[in-house]
Design a protein around this ligand. Sequence first.
Ligand code: CU
Length: 649
Amino acid sequence: MSTRRRPTIARRLLTMAVTLPLMAAVAVVNRPIVVFAAERFHEFSINRPSYKQQYGHWSVLDVPAKFRINAVHAALLRTGKVLIVAGSGNNRDAFEAGTFRTVLWDPRTDAFKDVPTPTDLFCGGHTFLPNGNLLVAGGTKSYEVLEADITSAAGVMKIKNESPDHGPRTFPKGTRLLGANGRAYLTRAEVTVPAAAKMSHGGHTMVHAGETEVWVDAADAGDAGTVTQPAQYAIEGLTGADTRNLYGIADKITREKQEYGGDRTSYEFDPIAERYVRTGDMVEHRWYPTLSTMPNGDVLAVSGLDEFGRMLPGVNERYKVAQRRWVAAPELQRVFPTYPALFLTRDERLFFSGSNAGYGSDTEGRTPGLWDVTKNRFQTVPGLEDPQMTETSASVMLPPAQDQKVMILGGGGVGDSPVSTARTAIADLDEKEPRYRPGPDLPAPTRYLNTVVLPDDTVFTSGGSSGYRGGPYQGKTRSDLLTAHLYDPRREVFHQAAAPGVGRNYHSEALLLPDGRVVTMGSDPIYDGTGKNPGTFEQRIEIYSPPYLFQGERPAIGGGPRTVKRGRSAAYATADADRITGARLVRPSAVTHGTDVDQRSIELGVRRTPGGVTVTVPNEPGLLPSGWYMLFLTDGEGLPSPARWVRVA
Ligand SMILES: [Cu+2]
């Protein structure tokens, strides 16, 4: 038997030179099979138990066709059901038809239910109240009109009433106002102008004209009705003194783009009756406001566009929760961009992280800082890298909330800017002079990132895109990021998680479910896959199961009180008492446009008892505002129990 001689190097190179092209040819001819095999292998890999244990697992939720809506807003109710709100869902046809949608989803049974939606809640604000109702305020009163679609000049007309004597005056829709140029302008809606108010100042009587605003359109098409200077307009058909006392004033009447207009209706969504209950209207119309809880349970509404699509000039207001009505807060005059991320801090200030979405001055009001809402003082928090890229960034209060650390992640330039950043930064608000210091970069420049606080003190990050609304970025047509990570705040590192199958950019959201899973929904890409046609709203819902759901048996919570008081202890039964090492109260999410200022996780003191645990609740309303929370018990391995709903009073 002769031993086989090893081929020479030259011979091996020759063999390779013949084999490689042959293999490549086989692969090309059989490309579908190769791709199919690769997909099968991927499918096999991500379904292996060892993979799920390390990276978690995604699945697409089976939603019956009639319940698929444009999920722009989502909130987890204390009943465990998820309120999914579209309103008109950024669909002009739905808006004009008055078709406003809300769907309730029960993640335990996957049952869906339609909820009557009285007005267009699209792009309103929301936050949970101490009784577990979701306050929902603002929304859409009018859709934007692009410059190309504007056929005649239009503008906002101020109708003035200088007479204190004849009460309020009403003018029907279509009332004509006449300009000095001889042109006529028609009102778009009926308006009522209050009478002038008489006020005496030390013997002098002053008359303050009553006024109200309304859209007007030039009667003539084209540029004929364009006026670029402030001017006065006569109301057609008036006689006598009325011609002097009642008139219109407009800054300009042009064919410029008309922005979305805000609404001022306000509701409390009752999670038990499962319906919207109207409250008093807001003082201002608001599109893209943030609703932020105060330590006493009242709510501040901050920023937004008014009913004519103008940025509100720093006018904020307050919801008196006991009276279910809104009141002006002129003492809190402060400018923020739309949907500012405002976090209630332990010392009862509001931290503006810099994150915002959509609109606002590119210079004023974008600096991060701590807002003292008792004195209207603002302490700047410096040190943020890429400070011009805070729009469409994400912000989250890192767990546990006792650390008072807020992280900002990614973001893009103002408006439909092509630039975005991978920067993260962390501010420790417990410091006397807090400042941002850099955190680990995201794997790619990211806007619209979804961030969800998990009960094991990590933060799940998912989706987003590098380009504006998932559109072009650095030569690519679409820029959705099909990646997810688990951020560990103690080690300050991102760990890779299983990849989502559905891209999420603008108008998308994610939230933690009581069973420990995470749901992601929505996305409103600017273009389709070709980059030439408008995109379609993503209606698929995808659910992520984190690694802790694949690590064996989880602890469970038994009986215990439904209400806990701040500063007190409460005992809960559990068969797993000997392995419980931690307890968290996680405030449920109410999220839209990447803005979720409600979610936070508070650490509780834990003492093991035979057959149970006694938890101690912190006594700081700035840390733990009154309301409903998910109580999770965790074991030494970080495995959380399914949640039990608890009311903090
Ligand atoms: Cu929006």
